[in-house]
Design a protein around this ligand. Structure first.
Ligand code: SAH
Length: 354
């Protein structure tokens, strides 16, 4: 058992508290924090502006974790899927999506997921465990390491990988605080998006603790009847309560809630659905992400036809809704929405190492 503290689980104030407990000055925490997040330090030896004695002391009580990619798969569109071995037999996946030179990283928040959405591959694995704060920020840092080698930076983070981020808020909130800390990963809070299936009380908590983060809500159905069926969480927090939580979410200025809508052929892709969707969200500052269902083995659902996608999209555009239809990037490497599975088989993986 490792009883040392992984410093990547600590926000800057928590690191200050940890070092204060060891009788250290406050500015030491800032020094160490910058070494970790700005210089990518992985050992205390690298921290050359800190005395040898203090470095040795730190190494006694603490360590700095990082994630190594077990495998990386590169798609034809430049999308890269990473499989990270968590060291306990489990693994999670992250995806780098280069969109017009703006690198977006889609990260995971849990191993598996407890929400059991009927159409989602991760949901079929049930929840194995929450990721730690360190494991969440380390996904970004490992991808950043690669991206920086080609002289680029990461611009956006979307928590749309495996897991339900609001079901792991105790670790997700500190991770976001590290992401947006000007001394940490230095990402603008308008470039961090948390995607949820609709855990209403946790939406309130997120808004309270990190008021400026972007919110994406996976709506996916326009009636409680259908949503109850394909997203069991709806039985606890039905559409009306979910939309009320969206209205109350503290989005600053001219920002909008992103409504994700997975279009499933013959299930929720009709014009009547589009009409109901418009009615539901029209009094909330909104934009819509239409995600054509990605088929996966063992799931009876089908992708929508191109005609259904076009009709749905056009209906909303004509009524001045901002709509993006996802092009299922990374589809050729199973890195597309809802396709991540993070299975780590002993000694081998179904990914290609590059
Ligand atoms: N738990 C969070 C984030 C993870 S899922 C949430 O529910 O928002 C990220 C997005 O992928 C969600 O909008 C989800 O509805 C969608 N998704 C899941 N499985 C999918 C599939 N097979 N095809 C297309 N989108 C899918």
């Amino acid at each position: 058992m490792n009883h040392k503290v992984d410093l990547k689980n600590l926000t800057l104030p928590a690191l200050e508290q940890f070092l204060r407990g060891q009788g250290k000055e406050r500015f030491r925490a800032l020094q160490v924090f910058k070494w970790i997040y700005q210089q990518d330090a992985r050992t205390f030896e690298e921290m050359t502006n800190i005395s040898k004695e203090l470095r040795a002391e730190l190494a006694e009580t603490a360590y700095i974790s990082n994630l190594e990619a077990e495998a990386v798969e590169v798609g034809g569109d430049g999308t890269r899927k990473y499989l990270f071995n968590l060291g306990d037999g489990h693994a999670v996946e992250s995806v780098l999506i280069p969109i017009e030179g703006r690198n977006t990283v889609c990260i995971s928040s849990q191993v598996g997921c407890a929400m059991a959405c009927e159409f989602c591959l991760t949901g079929t694995f049930k929840l194995t465990r929450n990721l730690t704060t360190a494991e969440i920020v380390n996904q970004i840092m490992a991808v950043r390491h690669d991206v920086r080698e080609s002289g680029e930076e990461i611009r956006n983070i979307v928590m749309m990988g495996m897991g339900e981020p609001l079901h792991n808020l105790d670790n997700v909130i500190p991770a976001i605080q590290i992401m947006i800390d000007g001394n940490g990963l230095q990402l603008s809070n308008r470039r961090v998006t948390v995607s949820t299936c609709g855990l209403v009380p946790e939406m309130e908590r997120l808004g309270r603790e990190i008021p400026n983060v972007n919110l994406a809500v996976s709506l996916n159905a326009t009636t409680d009847e259908l949503r109850n069926r394909i997203m069991p969480i709806n039985r606890r927090y039905p559409i009306k309560a979910l939309l009320q939580a969206c209205r109350e979410f503290p989005l600053p200025g001219r920002r909008k809630v992103t409504f994700e809508y997975v279009m499933i052929g013959g299930i929720n892709d009709s014009l009547d659905d589009a009409k109901r969707l418009l009615r539901l969200i029209s009094d909330i500052p909104n934009k819509v992400n239409l995600i054509p269902f990605n088929e996966h083995k063992g799931c009876g659902f089908k992708a929508p036809t191109q005609a259904a996608i076009d009709a749905f999209h056009t209906f909303l555009i004509d009524r001045h809704v901002t709509v993006i239809t996802r092009d299922s990037r990374g589809g050729d490497i199973s890195a597309a929405c809802g396709q991540l599975k993070g299975k780590l088989e002993k000694g081998k993986s179904d990914l290609v190492t590059v």
